[in-house]
Design a protein around this ligand. Structure first.
Ligand code: BTN
Length: 244
């Protein structure tokens, strides 16, 4: 690991990590907090991290290559998936950045980049995991059903430090494979709703729909339609839903 900054309470670990990365944090530096008061999700959404209830951290990576930067989200998603599988759970990745247990969201990933000109100098990978039930946001704040590890393990939740260590270990393994075809296949094999009809809501008014076929080499999503057509959905301001 690089450096470590731990906070009892912070606005957002991603904000701290972005500032640290911009001032020269070493590769694999970590910012972790017990509570976030301004936790952020994708699409400017609020991310809840009440005290003592969740795992919230941001990892700073210096990319080894400027190619396939978009694979970092798959790397992070697979690292969480690996850690949850190792405690007997069956997570699925809801493309691009959510982890589901039994169809409900239990973790989210927020990736932000520090650029030096047109080169990605640092990638900040923020991960939020609902460990105890208290970390699940109130129903009115939810756009998608959510759960916690406590709920899905009948209460036998691992200590948050152990879970963190297990995810970081998995990051170091998955990072080494990130540019291989094996990695792409394993990412794809762990995607939720594969072979099912899905809706993608993006910037346009009408959602796209199709059968979720798989992933392109950069991790973009491939949908097919009944006429044999194919749509590639790139990373961006999109959210995916099962059609039914
Ligand atoms: C999402 O599901 O939209 C992504 C959620 C990411 C939340 C994590 S918690 C640690 C880090 N700090 C933040 O403010 N956000 C990320």
């Amino acid at each position: 690991m690089g450096g470590l900054r731990y906070f009892e309470s912070i606005g957002s670990t991603n904000d701290e990590a972005l500032a640290w990365a911009a001032s020269g944090a070493a590769d694999l530096s970590l910012v972790a907090a017990d509570e976030q008061t301004r936790g952020r999700g994708r699409l400017n959404r609020t991310w809840y991290t009440p005290k003592g209830s969740a795992l919230a951290f941001s990892l700073i990576l210096h990319p080894n290559s400027q190619e396939q930067l978009t694979r970092h989200v798959g790397m992070a998603a697979l690292a969480i998936t690996d850690a949850l599988q190792s405690i007997g759970l069956q997570p699925r990745i809801k493309w691009p950045n959510d982890i589901l247990l039994n169809g409900k969201k239990t973790a989210g990933i927020l990736i932000e980049t520090v650029w030096a000109g047109d080169k990605a100098d640092s990638i900040v990978i923020g991960m939020g995991i609902n460990v105890f039930a208290a970390s699940v946001p109130p129903l009115e704040a939810l756009r998608f059903p959510a759960t916690s590890l406590e709920n899905d393990t009948n209460g036998s939740v691992p200590a948050r430090e152990e879970l963190l260590a297990s995810i970081l270990q998995a990051v170091t393994v998955r990072r080494r494979q990130m540019h291989t075809n094996l990695f792409l296949h394993e990412w794809q094999d762990n995607i939720a709703y594969r072979g099912e009809q899905v809706l993608i809501h993006g910037a346009g008014e009408n959602p796209m729909s199709g059968t979720l076929d798989g992933l392109e080499s950069d991790g973009s999503l491939r949908l097919s339609d009944s006429q044999g057509g194919c749509t590639i959905v790139r990373f961006g301001d999109v959210s995916l839903r099962p059609a039914a």
